[in-house]
Design a protein around this ligand. Structure first.
Ligand SMILES: [Zn+2]
Length: 227
C-alpha cells in the first residue's frame, strides 16, 4: 500500500459528473463505465490494498463504507480500486484505515518479507514511530488478513498473493544485485529500471521500498528515489 495521487484528468472529470447523475437517481450506481475507467487510470490498474497488478477481478470499493449514505456512496474521493480478495475481506469490517490517496502509507507501516523458504518466510506489517492513530493499527490488521486469510477460501487466495509477491521481490533483488556488479550503460539502464520498480504504479512497491530502507548501504543510490 503506497500513496496514489488522485489527479485531475479528463477521465476523473467524466467520472465525477457521472457520479453526480447517478446520485440524483433513485437506484443510482457507482460503478458506471466512466467511474471504472477513471479508477483504473488513477490506481494504475492495481489493487490499492495488496498492490497486485495482475489481479483478475478489480472492483469499486468505498474507503468509508456508505451503508446507504448517498454522499459517501457517490463521492469520488471515497471510491477506490480493489481486487475481489481485498474488497471481500475489508467489506465493512475494517474501518477506519489509512487513506492512501492522502498519506504516504509506507511511511507509517513497515512492509517486510522475511526469510526465504516455507515456514521461515513471513510477511510482516508493523507500525513505524509513535503515531497515535487507530487507523494505522486497523490497516496493519487488514494487511495481515489480506496476506494470510482467515477462512479456507481467503487462505487459498492469500497463498496465491504471497506467491506473486515472492516472484516480484525475487526479480527486484536480482536487479539490485546486477546493478551492484555492472558498469557504464548497463548500470544506467538498471538504475532507471529499479527507479521505475519503486514508483507508486509498480506492483508491491511498499515491500520494495522497505527492502531499500532496510539495506541503506547496498541500496544507497535508491533511498527515497520514489519521492
Ligand atoms: Zn488486493
Amino acid at each position: 500500500m503506497v500513496k496514489i495521487e488522485r489527479k485531475d484528468t479528463e477521465k476523473s472529470r467524466l467520472a465525477i459528473s457521472s457520479l453526480a447523475k447517478e446520485k440524483s437517481k433513485s437506484a443510482g450506481k457507482c460503478n458506471t463505465p466512466e467511474v471504472v475507467d477513471a479508477l483504473d487510470e488513477t490506481f494504475h490498474g492495481k489493487c490499492y490494498i495488496c498492490e497486485h497488478k495482475s489481479a483478475t477481478s478489480l472492483q469499486v470499493e468505498h474507503l468509508q463504507p456508505h451503508n446507504g449514505d448517498s454522499d459517501l456512496k457517490f463521492d469520488w474521493e471515497n471510491l477506490f480500486w480493489a481486487c475481489g480478495h481485498c474488497n471481500h475481506i475489508k467489506s465493512d469490517s475494517y474501518t477506519p484505515i489509512l487513506d492512501c490517496t492522502k498519506l504516504e502509507v509506507d511511511e507509517f507501516i513497515a512492509f517486510r518479507k522475511n526469510g526465504f523458504f516455507g515456514v521461515e518466510e513471513s510477511l510482516t506489517f508493523e507500525t513505524v514511530g509513535n503515531f497515535d492513530d487507530p487507523a494505522i493499527d486497523m490497516t496493519c490488521e487488514l494487511l495481515k488478513r489480506i496476506h494470510y486469510g482467515k477462512t479456507p477460501q481467503e487462505k487459498a487466495e492469500a497463498k496465491m498473493l504471497r506467491h506473486a509477491i515472492r516472484e516480484e521481490i525475487h526479480k527486484f533483488k536480482e536487479d539490485i544485485r546486477d546493478y551492484d556488479e555492472s558498469f557504464g550503460e548497463d548500470k544506467l539502464d538498471l538504475f532507471c529500471r529499479i527507479k521505475m520498480e519503486l514508483k507508486s504504479n509498480s506492483p508491491f512497491a511498499a515491500f520494495k521500498r522497505w527492502l531499500v530502507r532496510d539495506n541503506p548501504v547496498k541500496c544507497a543510490d535508491f533511498i527515497d528515489c520514489w519521492k
